[in-house]
Design a protein around this ligand. Sequence first.
Ligand code: PMP
Length: 391
Amino acid sequence: MRQKYFVLSEELDSISQNGLLRNLLPLPSTTGKFIYEGREIINLSTNDYLNLSTSPEVIKAGIESLEKYGAGVTASRLVTGHLPIHEKLENSLAQLTDFESSLVFGSGFLSNLGVINAIANRNDEIYADKLNHASLIDGVLLSGAKSFRYKHKDLDHLEMLLKNSKTTGKKIIISDSVFSMDGDIAPVKELFELSEKYEAFLIVDEAHAIGVFGNGGGITKSLGQNYKPDIVLGTLSKAIGCYGGFASVNKILQKYFINKSRTFIYSTGLPPSCIGSAISAIDLIKNDISLGNKLLKNAKIFHSLLESSGFSMNKFESQIIPVLIGDNKKTLEFSEKLFNNYDIRAVAIRPPTVPLGTARLRLSVSLAHTEEDLKLSAEKIRLCAKEIGIL
Ligand code: PMP
């Protein structure tokens, strides 16, 4: 091996020794249930919550847009990459989330980087929940703003920080609504009240709530017009089953981000197939507002089955259900055994994605899973946990 690679490979060895190596495993499907090497696998790590990624309507709409407009738009939307369907998708998202307007980006990660980096600069202060998603953390770092991370969902801590602020610049509060690795829900209403009291902007990332809560429009939509954050961030890549990200905002902010968001200005517009599919998926969500509740009902059943098996569980809040193990290698062993011997895909989530000592299986329920699938899976998870000595 060439000398310059030694240091990288040493680092990889150390990652591996700590049970933290990540590997790619190609699977025939990314949905909640699929056949792999002749075995039916229940995929409890999917974000395809509403099982829309393979919906025939969603696929058909994607193909129609692909055929009409081509495979890609090959330029920023501010140059020649802007199609009428970009606007159609944005209008549909604005309606779904109950906002004046939306702006679509290349992915959820790019929305988050672009929005935070545009609105915040070195003279501003950002107040961020300690368990916010990596894309929000990176957006804060990129902006150069002074940042404070308040204890997870701790409103007293947040208020203490806001009270002590001496900035003459903007104050910006940022939180996930449904936290991606714990599945718990931020006190969005109270965050809004604090943002009003201290004249701060409020940004809420609804990546895991869109399609599921608030008739598909997210937690903030379920709170109504009186508690609207300034910015709702979302993704087209989870419950919507496609790819891309967005920010729902008022007209001033939309104009501001079109002019200031570097990930919007300097990156190619979303491809037609993604747009066509996303519009169709959102229509399905709007036309059947029971989808999210159906998912949550199944998730609650699954949660109580796991709890009654003896796992120590957080209280049920969403379709994301973590089973905390702690030790990295044990979590990995649990995940591998579930896949190889019990036909369950449950990816081991380890640091730095989650805090040190909190490795876990982050289970998620999808509408691809029947109640029977969930009962069987809970039983298999219990048996496997007994086999490796964690129950
Ligand atoms: N925000 C949260 C809370 C997420 O969990 C994710 C994806 N894991 C993103 C943003 C990024 O979205 P995307 O996958 O569309 O880039």
